[in-house]
Design a protein around this ligand. Structure first.
Ligand SMILES: [Zn+2]
Length: 153
């Protein structure tokens, strides 16, 4: 017997509650992975036996809603957050990924967004926050003004 997790957005959670999971859905063995990679609404899903020994499982077939044990909404309360550490991490990532072809955006200082939200941590959040116009939410911009993805190796 095993309980595996699937994190998603509130909107998708409502659809899953109604229809169950589609084939090809990702499940995580650990709660924190599911929150981080999927979203704050996390399903606990019952499996007769653990489907894999790995931490992640892509289910090849649909799973009916009767296998859902619970749906829990997590809302972390951030008591402290360092923009300076984010900035240092971003500098290292940019150096690794792009070498000297891009620079950290001076407008948002690498945060990728303009409002006073917690930093972007996953793709699904990008649509919900006001991203920086100068770097389009990437936290960095190219030296020559082209799209940052053109430079990704
Ligand atoms: Zn920016």
């Amino acid at each position: 017997m095993a309980i595996w997790f699937h994190g998603t957005t509130k909107e998708n959670a409502d659809i899953i509650l109604e229809n169950g999971f589609k084939a090809g859905t990702f499940f995580g063995k650990h709660l924190e992975d599911s929150i981080h990679m999927g979203g704050d609404c996390v399903f606990e899903v019952f499996f007769e036996k653990s489907p894999t020994e790995y931490w992640e499982y892509v289910c090849p077939e649909a799973i009916p809603k009767t296998k859902i044990r619970s749906l829990i909404g997590y809302s972390p309360k951030v008591s402290f957050h360092s923009d300076q550490v984010d900035y240092e991490i971003k500098k290292i990532h940019i150096k690794e990924d792009y070498d000297d072809q891009v620079v950290i955006c001076g407008t948002c200082r690498g945060r990728g967004q303009m409002e006073n939200y917690p930093p972007l941590t996953r793709w699904s959040e990008r649509e919900k926050v006001t991203v920086c116009d100068d770097c389009n939410g990437h936290g960095a911009r190219t030296i020559d003004g082209s799209d940052i993805y053109d430079h990704k190796r």
